[in-house]
Structures are given as structure tokens and as C-alpha cells.
Design a protein around this ligand. Structure first.
Ligand code: EPZ
Length: 417
């Protein structure tokens, strides 16, 4: 079992290059099911969820090659497959994003329901209701969605919550539907914009991506093309917090600062010294004071930054309230942080963080992707040597995390036990 060993207390100085966004790369890969032509994706992060999705595409009959670091090339072979099996979908919810493209391209799909995960039930009811409005016949059996349609038809769809995955599944499905689809109360995350840019490159006709209302005019078929995946705003935000904790001019490059502006604003408000350009952030530790945050859909404070920001607040002088509004169980990192000496009280969706508390090293266990990132941040600050177990959670979404941290002065190594 691989583990991380971190010796805390070392300042972070130097440059970290931010990689491609996992949450943009995964829908982009699903979108390649919409065409048999060659699609070339660049800046794809080397993370486990990308590996899993490439395996799923191969099972679905797509020819996938990875000719160089960050590059994935796909070519459809008629999308011969139509089943996304439970053993893959259960490990990665984003596999559910193949439903819309498979339905649009082949008229049939059998996709396992994703089931819950550590951070919540995470149902897909909005995805299914929207696809039914587009003419899909759906049947739930043995934990799978059996979906059929002759040809999807354009529809007026209003989401009651701005679901990221629901918006992505429906936007992809609508590209080949007959007629026009309007998605109201659509998600506005940068990853939605990036997916729309890829689909447009392939020949889709999409207006309004990035706003609350997206209009997709169906076309007969899509072609190929090349797309550069946007930088990962959550990876950038994670290193931003590391710099706020221990930075001495820690520089983040290759990011889109605007995509994490709310996180930058809240970390700066806590007292960190931050200088930004459009694609670069330099952060240094400052006298930290408490800042309340509540997670919200983009452009609000990202739920994927909640666990990381909580570690920062353990070092602030005073009490901060962190409110998680997106997921019903996204405080799994708290018990592990308690074991390192953090003073955090949970009351429903609110976490009260009292600081500053000196953190002490411990053997801790990751429970989900962003919780594991928060344990790394806590280990960087803690007195002593922290060991983090269940690294597969971390490896799902962070490329070369220990190498990037070691390059800027952290004492961190991966080992087997
Ligand atoms: C995406 O998940 C991201 N994953 C998540 O990042 C991120 O936390 C989330 O968006 C919110 O920003 C990917 O992009 C691969 P949602 P997704 O549909 O699409 C409920 C990470 O750490 N909901 O916007 O699943 C759902 O239960 C991951 O990188 C329904 O009830 O998010 C959740 O409470 C974690 N029914 C809330 O809405 C539905 O049909 C937000 O879900 C759909 C969603």
C-alpha cells in the first residue's frame, strides 16, 4: 500500500506549474464518443480518473492513444460498445457522463448508476429527467440505466439546481439531437465553457455556455479537432493554500487566475500576501486571521476548496465558520484533522474552526479526493512526520503532487508499506 510521509514546517519557495483540469478532461474524453473522427486533447492531467476514463472509452469501442505526456488522441470505431459497467462507474462517478454521448451517437446505452460516495448520495435524477425530456426511454434495472431512443429531440430543460454533470451530459446529448435544446439554470463552471469550446471545435452549435442559459442547435454529425484543456483551478487553489500556510513567494504558473478568483479573494482576506497576473499567482504566508466562507456554485467559493481552506483556518487567530451547501457529507476530513490537533466543531452544514491550533503529526487516512489534499496541507504544517494512507484518493485528481511540493522545499516522499 503506497503512503505519503511528510515532515512538516518547511517553507515553500519556487515555482509550481499547474496542470490540466481533471474536471474538464473527464467530460472532454466522454465527448469523443460523439464522433468517429480523430480528436486530439492536450494538457490532459496524468491522474487516475483520466486513466479510468480512457479504459472505459476503450471498452466502448473508442481507439485511445496517449502519444505524449498530456496528450490523448481518440478515434471512434463506430462506438460499438454501449455499456459502462458498475466496476468502473463505482470507482468514478464521472463515468456517468458517457450516458448522454452514447444515447446521442448510438441511440442506446446501459450505464451503471454511480451510487454514492464518501461526500454524499450524489444522485443523477436531474440527468435522467432531462434526457427523458429529450425523448430518451429510460429503464432502471439491477442498478443500471437502460436507455434507448431513435433520435434525441431538442427540449426546453430547466434544472432546479445548477448541476455540473447534468449540464455536461445534456449539452453533449443535445449536440446531435433533432432541433434546439435550451438548458436553463445551467451550471456556469469554467469546465462547462471548456466542454462547449471542444464541442464547438467538433462542429456543434452552442450559445451561452458559461451563463445560466445554454442553447444547443442539434446537427447531423460531428467531426474531429484539437482542444487544449483548461488549467485545474482546484489544483491551483490547493497550492494557493499551501503558500498561504508556508509560502515565501511560492509561484503558481499556467493557471487561469480568474477561474479561482473567489478562492484568491478569501485566502487574501485571511492575511496571505498574494500577487496575481492573469495566468500566474505569487503567494506568501502572512499573519492569518479568520474568514468565513460558504461553498456555492461557480463563481462562488468552490466546494472542492472547502477542505483545503479549513486547514488554513486552523492556523488563523480566531474562529471561522465554513458552511458546505453543495454536498450533504463533505466534512469527512474533520475527524482526521482532529487527530492532528485541529479544533473544529461540526453543526449540520457548518464547521466552526477555532485557531490558531498547533497541528501535530499523525498517521491519517484519506477518505475522498479533496479530503486527502487537506491532510497533505495539514501534514506540511504539522510538527513532526505525518503519514497519509489510502493515497489512491489523492492520485485520482493530483498529478505528481509530492514531486511538485518537494521541488519547492517540502519534505515529502511516497513509500510502500
Ligand atoms: C462535479 O460533480 C465535480 N466533478 C465535483 O468535483 C464538484 O464538487 C461538483 O461538480 C460541484 O462543483 C466533476 O466534474 C467530475 P453536481 P457533479 O451535479 O457533476 C446534487 C472533485 O473533487 N445532484 O453539480 O457530480 C449532488 O448530489 C469532485 O473533483 C442531484 O441531487 O456535481 C450534489 O449534492 C467532487 N441530482 C449537488 O447536486 C442530480 O441529478 C452538486 O452536484 C445531480 C446533482
Amino acid at each position: 500500500m503506497e503512503k505519503l510521509r511528510i515532515e512538516g514546517g518547511h517553507a515553500l519557495t519556487g515555482t509550481v506549474a499547474v496542470g490540466g483540469a481533471k474536471n474538464a478532461a473527464l467530460p472532454a474524453l466522454a465527448a469523443t464518443l460523439l464522433t468517429d473522427a480523430e480528436v486530439r486533447l492536450h494538457n490532459v492531467p496524468a491522474v487516475r480518473d483520466v486513466d479510468t476514463t480512457c479504459r472505459l472509452l476503450d471498452q466502448l469501442g473508442v481507439e485511445v492513444s496517449r502519444p505524449a505526456p498530456g496528450v490523448v488522441v481518440t478515434r471512434g470505431r463506430g462506438a460499438t460498445g454501449s455499456e459502462a459497467a458498475y466496476d468502473l462507474v463505482k470507482t468514478m462517478r464521472a463515468s456517468f457522463l458517457v450516458l448522454g454521448p452514447l444515447l446521442a451517437r448510438t441511440g442506446r446505452a446501459r450505464v451503471s448508476l454511480p451510487g454514492g460516495c464518501a461526500i454524499g448520495a450524489r444522485p443523477v435524477d436531474r440527468h435522467l429527467a432531462a434526457l427523458e425530456e429529450m425523448g430518451a426511454e429510460l429503464h432502471l434495472e439491477d442498478g443500471y440505466v437502460e436507455a434507448r431512443c431513435d433520435r434525441l429531440r431538442g427540449a426546453e430543460i430547466a434544472f432546479d439546481i445548477p448541476t455540473v454533470g447534468g449540464t455536461e451530459n445534456c449539452m453533449m446529448a443535445a449536440t446531435l439531437a433533432e432541433g434546439t435544446t435550451t438548458l436553463r439554470n445551467a451550471a456556469r463552471e469554467p469546465e462547462i465553457n471548456d466542454l462547449a469550446a471542444l464541442l464547438t471545435t467538433l462542429g456543434a452549435r452552442i450559445e451561452g455556455a458559461g451563463s445560466h442559459t445554454i442553447t444547443i442547435h442539434g446537427v447531423e454529425e460531428l467531426g474531429g479537432g484539437t482542444h487544449h484543456v483548461i488549467p485545474d483551478r482546484i489544483e491551483a487553489g490547493t497550492y494557493l493554500v499551501a503558500g498561504a500556510l508556508l509560502g515565501n513567494e511560492l509561484e503558481l504558473t499556467h493557471c487561469v487566475t480568474e477561474h479561482l478568483q473567489t478562492a484568491v479573494d478569501r485566502v487574501r482576506a485571511s492575511g496571505a500576501q498574494i500577487v496575481t497576473d492573469s495566468d500566474r499567482i505569487v503567494v506568501s504566508r502572512g499573519e492569518l486571521h479568520p474568514v468565513d466562507v460558504r461553498t456555492q456554485p461557480y463563481p462562488g467559493f468552490p466546494t472542492d476548496m472547502q477542505a483545503q481552506f479549513m486547514v488554513l483556518m486552523t492556523q488563523a487567530v480566531g474562529s471561522a465558520v465554513i458552511r458546505e451547501t453543495i454536498f450533504e457529507n463533505r466534512f469527512m476530513h474533520v475527524p482526521e484533522l482532529h487527530r492532528m490537533g485541529a479544533d473544529i466543531t461540526i453543526d449540520g452544514h457548518n464547521a466552526l474552526v477555532r485557531g490558531p491550533t498547533p497541528l501535530s503529526a499523525a498517521h491519517v487516512m484519506a477518505t475522498d479526493l479533496r479530503a486527502s489534499a487537506s491532510l497533505v496541507l495539514a501534514g506540511l504544517v504539522a510538527e513532526g512526520e505525518t503519514v497519509i494512507d489510502r493515497l489512491y484518493h489523492l492520485d485520482r485528481g493530483y498529478e505528481n503532487l509530492e514531486q511538485k511540493l518537494a521541488t519547492v522545499g517540502a519534505r515529502v516522499e511516497r513509500f510502500r508499506e
